[in-house]
Every structure is written in structure tokens, then in C-alpha cells.
Design a protein around this ligand. Structure first.
Ligand SMILES: NC(=O)c1ccc[n+]([C@@H]2O[C@H](COP(=O)([O-])OP(=O)(O)OC[C@H]3O[C@@H](n4cnc5c(N)ncnc54)[C@H](O)[C@@H]3O)[C@@H](O)[C@H]2O)c1
Length: 172
């Protein structure tokens, strides 16, 4: 089975996704700088799955360090990108930190994928991209409204950037 690089693999959703990937036969590598998590979570993954998952403690904003992970794992077939700062309130207090982290990490991972010829990306966005939606529940057809926080804006920008950059990634 192919190897999937899970960014933010020590976080809440990333660690659960790793369990699911392993249950479905995938090999997994994690990258997480532990800004909001701990590698202890991978002990929990081991307890559930019996598999040890390697985590690279790398800040994804560091392109050279990110690229080295791809060079060490030429078998990476795709990326699930969860790594981000995600607190709405904190993003209002520290907007520059949020724009810097969430956008530079995304650009870095896409650049490393392009350089390494990895064609598959799943981006963890947020329903906050729909702003103060007029109708609930939101669906993928719901219009994008004005972002209500810097966090939401970083996700809107991510959604806008990816389709413009993905054409540069190799197609299977
Ligand atoms: N939890 C939710 O309800 C929810 C809802 C919608 C979207 N999301 C999105 O899903 C993703 C995962 O959310 P979560 O709840 O698991 O968050 P989380 O904070 O538990 O996990 C995110 C992980 O990313 C890591 N990280 C952050 N910046 C990094 C960087 N520059 N380099 C390397 N690692 C970095 C953190 O250390 C953390 O472990 C996020 O992108 C979030 O915006 C979450």
C-alpha cells in the first residue's frame, strides 16, 4: 500500500485519521512541529493499531526541511494536510501569526509535492469559509461569504490558492 504523509499528525483530527489510514492498510508518516500537540498521541495510535508511526518534528513553513521529508520517503503517494493554527479567537488576537503559519505551511507543502512529483493532496479546510451563512446546513454549493476571522480567511485563501497551483502538480 502507498505511504501517506499526514501533516498535523499529532493533532486531534490528524491522529484519528492516521488510525483510519493504518486500519485501511496504508503506510503513514507524520509531520508535526508539536506547537499544539504532543508525540504522546502516537503511543495511543500504537496501542490501537499496533503500528509505530514516525513523526518529523518539522515546522512546515521551513521549505527545505519539508522537502527533506519527501526526499527521505520517495514512496509518499499523497498528502493529507491538517497542520494549521485553528483557534478563531486567537487568530483575531494574532492575525499575522495565523496568516504566516497557515499560508506559508501550505505553500511549502505544495512546493515540496511539486518538486517531488507527488500528485495527491487533501486539504483540511473549515466550514468557517462560508462566513455567516444565510442557510443551514452549509454544503459545498453554499456561497463563500466574508470571512469572520483571520483563521477563516486563511482557509478561504487556501481554497483559492490550491486550484491555481495544483495544475502544476503532475497528473497520474
Ligand atoms: N477540530 C475541528 O473542529 C475542525 C473543524 C474544521 C476544520 N478543522 C481543521 O482541521 C485541521 C486539524 O484540526 P485539529 O482540530 O486536529 O487541530 P490540532 O491543533 O489538534 O492539530 C493541528 C496540528 O498541526 C500542528 N501544526 C500547526 N502548525 C504547524 C506547522 N507550521 N508545522 C507543523 N505542524 C504544525 C499542530 O502542532 C497540531 O498538532 C486544521 O487545519 C483545522 O483548521 C478542524
Amino acid at each position: 500500500m502507498p505511504t501517506i504523509l499526514v501533516t498535523g499528525g499529532c493533532g486531534y483530527i490528524g491522529s484519528h485519521t492516521i488510525v483510519d489510514l493504518i486500519d485501511n492498510g496504508f503506510e503513514v508518516v507524520s509531520v508535526d512541529n508539536l506547537v499544539n500537540s504532543s508525540e504522546d498521541i502516537l503511543e495511543g495510535v500504537f496501542a490501537i493499531t499496533g503500528k509505530r508511526v514516525l513523526n518529523y518534528r518539522v515546522d512546515l513553513c521551513d521549505y527545505a526541511a519539508t522537502l527533506r521529508i519527501f526526499e527521505q520517503h520517495p514512496d509518499i503517494a499523497g498528502v493529507i494536510h491538517f497542520a494549521a493554527l485553528k483557534s478563531v479567537g486567537e487568530s483575531v488576537q494574532q492575525p499575522l501569526r495565523y496568516f504566516h503559519n497557515n499560508l506559508n505551511s501550505l505553500l511549502s507543502i505544495i512546493s515540496a509535492m511539486e518538486k517531488s512529483g507527488v500528485p495527491h493532496l487533501i486539504f483540511s479546510s473549515s466550514c468557517s469559509v462560508y462566513g455567516n451563512a444565510k442557510e443551514l446546513p452549509v454544503t459545498e454549493n453554499t456561497p463563500i461569504e466574508e470571512a469572520e476571522s483571520p483563521y477563516a480567511r486563511t482557509k478561504q485563501m487556501g481554497e483559492a490558492i490550491i486550484p491555481r497551483l495544483l495544475p502544476h502538480l503532475p497528473r497520474l
